[in-house]
Design a protein around this ligand. Sequence first.
Ligand code: ADP
Ligand code: MG
Ligand code: MG
Length: 885
Amino acid sequence: MTKYVYDFIEGDRSRADLLGGKGANLAEMTRLGLPVPPGFTVTTEACRAYLADQRPPVGLFDEVNAHLREVEARLDRRLGDPHDPLLLAVRSGGRYSMPGMMETILDIGLNDATVAGLAAQSGDPRFAWDSYRRLIQMFGRTVYGVPAEEFERELTAVRAAAGPAGPDAAQLRALVETYKKVFAAQVGHDFPQAPHEQLYLAIRAVFESWNAERAVLYRRQEHIPGDLGTAVTVMAMVFGNLGPDSGTGVAFTRDPATGQPGVYGDYLADAQGEDVVAGVRNTVALPELERIDPTSYRRLTEIMATLERHYRDLCDVEFTVERGRLWMLQTRVGKRTPAAAFVIAAQLVDEGLITLDEALHRVTGAQLAQLMFPAFDLAAAPAPLVTGVGASPGAAVGTVVFDSVAAAAATGPVILVRPETNPDDLPGMIAAQGVLTSRGGKTSHAAVVARGMGRTCVCGADALRIDAERGEFTVGDRVVRAGDRISIDGTTGRVYPGRVPTRPSPVARYLAGEVTPEGDRLVTAVDRLLSHADAVRRLGVRANADTPEDARRARGLGAAGIGLCRTEHMFLGPRRELVERLILAEDPAERDAALDALLPLQRADFVGILAAMDGLPVTIRLLDPPLHEFLPPLHELTARVARAEALGEDPGHDATLLAAVRRMHETNPMLGLRGVRLGLVVPGLFAMQVRAVAEATAQRARDGGDPRPEIMVPLVGDVRELAAVRAEAQAVLAGVPGIPPIPVGTMIETPRAALTAGEIAAEAHFFSFGTNDLTQTTWAFSRDDVEGSFFGTYLERGVFGVSPFETVDAKGVGRLVRLAVAEGRVTRPELTVGVCGEHGGDPDSIGFFADAGLDYVSCSPYRVPIARLAAGQATTGGGAVPDSR
Ligand code: ADP
Ligand code: MG
Ligand code: MG
């Protein structure tokens, strides 16, 4: 029979798939001998079975009971014992952390009888009744969906009546009676008194919370598969709300915002854990605990050091102090900002905890991309309105909105301003550029979720008075209304009125070679990891660049050449007229005249690019798009001609153009007369381009340069197409003296080219995969048509995990790539193979291309550093640390 329940002493961190991150890490801490309350975890497998059948798998609760008896024996306390009751926490937690997205129910086991036992044992009836009312509220909301306001309203009334000292035991006892009435009215039956029934219902509710709307949304956002299910951890309660010598907190082993070493966190005395995570009460910084309870503080810092050494990474923990005794309730490899990710990885190398190879896998290309974003130009910033806690870095500018609905509906960039956030604000957080809250610290919901999503966040700006009803917030006597623009700095925590201009980030400046890394901890870390990636990677990185300026930029960012230089933009602007002449030519003389006029212009383009990339390869693609793209659009010409005719004027040239456009009209231009097909049917076109390359090369060589052009033929499907173009090209090249050998190769961007790559390689010095077209032609859809129509549905329904235009479809398109590489190299072992589609800049795709044995990837200039990093990661194996995703 399947085993569905594991005691903490049975599991360990390697079983996160089965036990969820929380359950696996609680087991790991138990193994390490750390103070964890006893408990057990119901597996994700049980959850999957439950969700599939809509009922618990057979035997599940018997197994739960058996494990519960062990916990009872260990603590010498029983669930439901009216004299000394065991109370339980029932907690959710899947493979990947989804902060606050699913449910947790505390204080299971309280009822009308056990509440007295708890009061007697703790000597604190007020605490006992408060715990009971918490249970009814959490249970009502989580298991039966009773709106939180139904309880909050009563609680607020009792609190108001009680005055500053808060409600006493009698008042809380009366509140419990009221809560029970609210519960019965909302649910239709009484609050369940049987502790075991409470437990089973809670476990089912946690299972179901896997499919809560916000959890589904979060998973989609974070690319977490929807079918994993959650584990359920059941453990003995410990109490942080037993008076001033108790409390609860969250801590990080390093600063998750900057990576700065040192224990870091928030603590809340006389409180239960959910008060901290919800950010509803303002916490104190962790060092305060040293003053309040030095023994627990010391023990906590020791434990955190142990955890960091053990996990060899930044960890975060949840802990509770019960009357001076420290308990660990959770740990995991913690989420961190992009800057902290780089800084911590470099620090851990220095501390001897990890190798440089491992450090490469502690960061991601997406994080590096974020570090390249601009920051606020402080010289141009006005005095800040208010300063909060910089919880998730970035420079966000937007108009103020006060709720999630407005954020999601806004057309321009917005800043979501809330007292604090909760999981229901997720759609708004996704839609906003940044989040600003008046309450909660770096570990509040807003902070944790924003960091995970890479949204800018400033939290705990407690000078803000938010009046969402009136649609405004005030700071002192300044009023900011919904729709006003503000700028928030997630690094410094400053909030500015209006739009503050931005300047390039230090990392971007370093990557562009404008500054050296010394003196900046973050830039030094980036330099260290990127240099290591460069040292180990086997995959070359080139750039896609069409102008000398782009070429220079790419070179500055570390590109080892150009993998794709498109020539189509060279046919636009004032040159369009020459292309028109070429298209409209009625005889060879007219055509040659047009080509002769284009030649010197093309030559000058190539001279500039070859100079910018002197000494490095420049792959020049012959003209690819259909020629009619260079003529005015059909509807425009039709209208112009019709207007002229209506006015009785002669449409003249427009009529000629219109006739040409009609003649050349294609229903599916993507699959029409383009690429190599143009070269074969428009005499002289490719020859002119090849001549321009050759003459530019000769000129650069005469000027003492080291030009290394390569000529690339697009959209080949059959070797004979390539052979014809190549023969023509070689005839031209042979006629230009003083040039080095210029390789002629082809794009592989149709399935037929991939399938016949062995033959094609006989005519090609190199291959370059055009994975955009290869994806379109393999799947039989055109990107322009499908991204706006059914892609959303396909992503939602899980047909795609990610768009095949974002990350290469390794199974389908990738199979063609592997086949073409293998068969091409059989024919020509020295064949150079690269990729120049947009996938060349996507870290996941780069991992695939490295594995497929490509020589280089080519991507847009700004993605070159990201590709260098990803290529280094590909060589050193493995992916980024999944726990911290
Ligand atoms: P999340 O995954 O949303 O952080 P948790 O399962 O960690 O949810 O629970 C929320 C809060 O409940 C935690 O902050 C923790 O402090 C508190 N909590 C969890 N288990 C216990 C326990 N055994 N005793 C006391 N408090 C607990
Ligand atoms: Mg937690
Ligand atoms: Mg193409």
